[in-house]
Design a protein around this ligand. Structure first.
Ligand code: SF4
Length: 394
């Protein structure tokens, strides 16, 4: 199948397994992005997707990163602050960086002790130059290494002990630092969890199995017939999602389901429909992003145009706003606060910082205890609201 037919066809009308051979022709003519520091080879950050969907490596190569999304740009900026040891101007971001530093120090003390070497934002290659990875920070001391990966997104990531990126980063440490006999690796994600991160632990004796696992995944991804295997985790941020035939096929199957027969479906069929609907959502979102990019670039699409963004006014300085309205219109404090909403996320952080500062020496004030204290203290000034539960996978 040519690139053109792939782009136009979207979903092949076939139930055969879809493989990345649909990308082979296009990939052959594809030149790697300008100064590709990854040399056109897989990176540790892409290993999770590549393991779950071997064909994704060829598929994504067709869609080089153009512009960073706002969230990705914020992540890059915060990584830079962590590398340079500086703090962002934004108070919430600054607090997140400080939390990372504090958690990092605690982990270093616990797992490394005396630090002999520290590397930040260093790209390492494996012994056979088959893949590389950018280590956010690596501490080495006493034959041990601590690898920390910062994630500044708001979505949770695969747990450390099953995280292929951490497996890849650990192998890179074994390959580049022969003195290291033991690697601990974990993720700090301040906007998702403030719990102590769980760490993956690997010994030098694990290196052979680790290499064989990763190289096996790379072999599968680089083979002509690498399978495209849709799934929520791997398709979530895949750049090929909007044009992927396997994902398109899954969506086509999902939309062909006769929902009127729902009552006759077994629980397993209903669960399958759920999985298909998650993928369909990713596909639709990917198409929406592409349509938006087209319209922003001035591409004419029949019957579609970019509407104007909604304009709204937000009060950033509530005290200042009250002062003005009180002076000019005699608005009372009670009248004004009836229209104010308290952001509990911000207030939780503020109160936790105050309680930590007040805590007697040696007493550990946890974020959980601070949250409970705040809710109990303000119980008569607020109410508890419960939304409908979200559907979660067990
Ligand atoms: S969209 Fe999903 S199935 Fe398609 S290449 Fe990407 S990860 Fe694989």
């Amino acid at each position: 199948m040519s690139e053109k037919s792939f782009e136009n066809g979207g979903c092949p009308a076939s139930s055969e397994a879809v493989t990345s051979s649909v990308y082979a022709e296009a990939r052959a003519s594809e030149t790697p992005a300008l100064e590709d520091i990854r040399k056109g080879l897989p990176s540790a950050s892409g290993l999770q997707r590549l393991v779950l969907c071997p064909g994704s490596w060829r598929a994504e190569a067709l869609y080089p990163e153009k512009e960073e999304s706002a969230a990705a740009a914020a992540g890059t900026r915060l990584h830079k602050h962590m590398e340079l040891g500086t703090l962002p101007e934004d108070a919430e971001e600054a607090e997140a960086c400080m939390w990372c530093c504090k958690s990092e120090r605690a982990l270093v003390e616990e797992y490394i002790g005396e630090v002999e070497l520290v590397y930040r934002e260093q790209r390492l290659w494996d012994n056979c130059q088959r893949f590389s990875g950018q280590e956010d920070v690596v501490y080495i001391g006493g034959g041990k290494a601590l690898v920390i990966d910062y994630k500044f997104g708001r979505g949770s990531v695969v747990e450390a002990r099953q995280n292929c990126q951490l497996y890849g980063l650990s192998l890179l440490v074994f390959d580049n630092y022969p003195e290291v006999e033991e690697v601990y690796a974990g993720i700090l994600q301040p906007f998702v969890s403030r719990e102590r991160p769980r760490l993956m632990r690997l010994e030098r004796a694990d290196e052979k199995g680790l290499r064989s696992y990763i190289y096996g995944a790379l072999d599968a991804a680089q083979s002509e017939g690498a399978a495209l295997k849709p799934g929520e985790t791997q398709c979530k941020y895949c750049r090929a999602a909007g044009s992927c035939p396997a994902l398109g096929l899954t969506v086509a199957r999902a939309s062909a389901m006769e929902l009127t027969r729902w009552e006759q479906w077994s629980p397993e069929e209903r669960r399958k429909a759920w999985d298909a609907s998650r993928l369909a959502k990713k596909y639709v979102e990917a198409i929406e992003r592409k349509i938006r990019a087209d319209l922003e670039a001035g591409v004419e699409l029949p019957g579609l145009e970019l509407g104007e963004g909604k304009v709204s006014f937000v009060v950033d300085d509530a005290a200042g706003a009250f002062g003005v309205l009180n002076a000019m219109l005699d608005v009372t404090g009670e009248e004004f606060t009836a229209y104010c909403k308290v952001g509990m996320t911000g207030l939780d952080k503020l109160v936790h910082a105050k309680l930590v500062a007040q805590a007697p020496e040696g007493v550990k004030q946890t974020t959980k205890a601070s949250r409970e204290w705040l809710r109990n203290t303000l119980a008569s000034y607020g109410s508890v609201k419960t939304t409908a539960g979200t559907i979660k996978e067990r």
